[in-house]
Design a binder for this molecule. Structure first.
Ligand code: AMP
Length: 361
């Protein structure tokens, strides 16, 4: 089976690493000559809106997907005229605009922070009156890893914040005093079956994911059920095929949705060693129409992103049950270059090993 991927980043690379044993071949559309997935399949070096590149991919592929959510929806739709595209391109249209995304979530009865669209000075004032402070102003489109957003502590800061966002169409949302950030990764197959991974706990620094603990510590069945219920509704409404990740804020015993990614997700990287079937394999199984694999955690695991620099592998790999993934990217400050996953048979063992990892990176 020939799988085309829009984007040749680390997520595409890990898809290829998971799909090759299933007998799949890969092609990646990515303008970057050194795209991390490039060496693992055909690399079509063209822009994401390049009609010739898209058509070459479509002519070759049996199925197409993507590895980043800012894929132009029109490109996914163009491919969809030639070849099945999973997840449905509609999921891109929803997730690419924070207002559309929140309205979608709310229409499914999934709680989200109070929000208001901001597209003029007047709308900003009205939004501040409705939402209050502290609040967070975010651009509606093209935000990722905390980029394109400003915390507003008092109303006086709002105008400066909006100027810093270059007066782009934005959304003001209530600041959520969350106790922790969680995410749920789940796959839906072509027959509608869903495989949901355990909720995981995520720590961010400067808006970038640093650390994931899986399963989330102190995970109750009720919390897992709540998250699976939210994601189940989203998957069904979108008639989704593939992996989706929902990022959540926990407040008390409840969960608020922050945003979702219609793709494999950084907070699911632990599943490569830590779950019975990795998120990458389940994404590809779904695309191919194969049955999904079990999503249970095999042990306790933690995933640490390697940001800006890649450490010496030997000391890391000297630790028991530590696994290194290097993406082959040119180092740059703030860039995700790889990750390490460590497992333990108890939470205490996992945490002790995690401390060792953190001391060596
Ligand atoms: P986002 O790009 O929306 O995922 O935001 C990046 C990070 O900023 C989140 O992971 C949170 O740590 C923080 N954040 C975003 N929105 C809010 C909010 N409404 N209240 C509190 N923290 C937030």
């Amino acid at each position: 089976m020939n799988v085309a991927v829009l984007g040749g980043g680390q997520l595409a690379r890990m898809m290829a690493l998971a799909g090759t044993p299933l007998g799949m071949s890969f092609a990646f559309l990515d303008p970057a000559p050194d795209a991390p997935a490039g060496s693992l399949g055909r690399h079509v070096r063209a822009g994401f809106e390049d009609p010739e590149g898209l058509d070459a991919l479509g002519a070759w592929a049996d199925v197409a997907t993507w590895d980043f959510e800012n894929v132009p929806a029109a490109s996914a739709q163009r491919l969809a005229q030639q070849v099945p595209v999973c997840p449905p391109p509609r999921s891109l249209e929803v997730s690419q605009d924070r207002v559309v995304e929140k309205e979608f979530l709310r229409s499914l009865g999934i709680p989200v922070p109070a929000f208001a669209a901001v597209d003029s000075d007047e709308a900003l004032r009205a939004a501040l009156a409705a939402i209050g402070t502290p609040s967070v102003l975010k651009t509606r489109r093209f935000g990722y890893d905390g980029k394109g957003q400003r915390l507003i502590r008092t109303a006086a800061e709002a105008e400066d914040a909006w100027r810093e966002l270059e007066h782009r169409p934005s959304v003001l949302e209530a600041f959520v005093p969350f106790s922790r950030e969680l995410s749920l990764v789940a796959a839906r197959g072509q027959n509608g079956a869903v495989a949901a991974y355990p909720l995981v706990e995520n720590e961010h620094g400067n808006g970038i994911l640093r650390l994931t603990r899986a399963p989330a510590p102190r995970l109750s069945r009720a919390l897992q059920r709540q998250a699976e219920d939210y994601v189940g509704r989203m998957l069904a409404r979108l008639e989704y095929v593939g992996v989706l990740a929902l990022e959540l804020f926990q407040v008390g015993d409840g969960l608020l949705a922050n945003e979702f990614a219609p793709r494999v997700h950084n907070s699911g990287h632990w599943t490569i060693e830590g779950a019975r079937t990795s998120q990458f394999e389940n994404h590809l199984r779904a695309l191919a129409g194969f049955p999904l694999g079990p999503a249970e955690a095999v042990e306790y695991s933690a995933m640490v992103n390697l940001i800006g620099t890649v450490p010496d592998p030997a000391p890391l790999l000297a630790l028991p049950d530590a696994h290194l993934h290097v993406y082959g990217k040119v180092p740059r400050p703030g860039r995700k270059l790889g990750h390490v996953t460590v497992l333990g048979s108890t939470e205490a063992e996992r945490d002790a090993r995690l401390e060792e990892i953190l001391a060596r990176i």
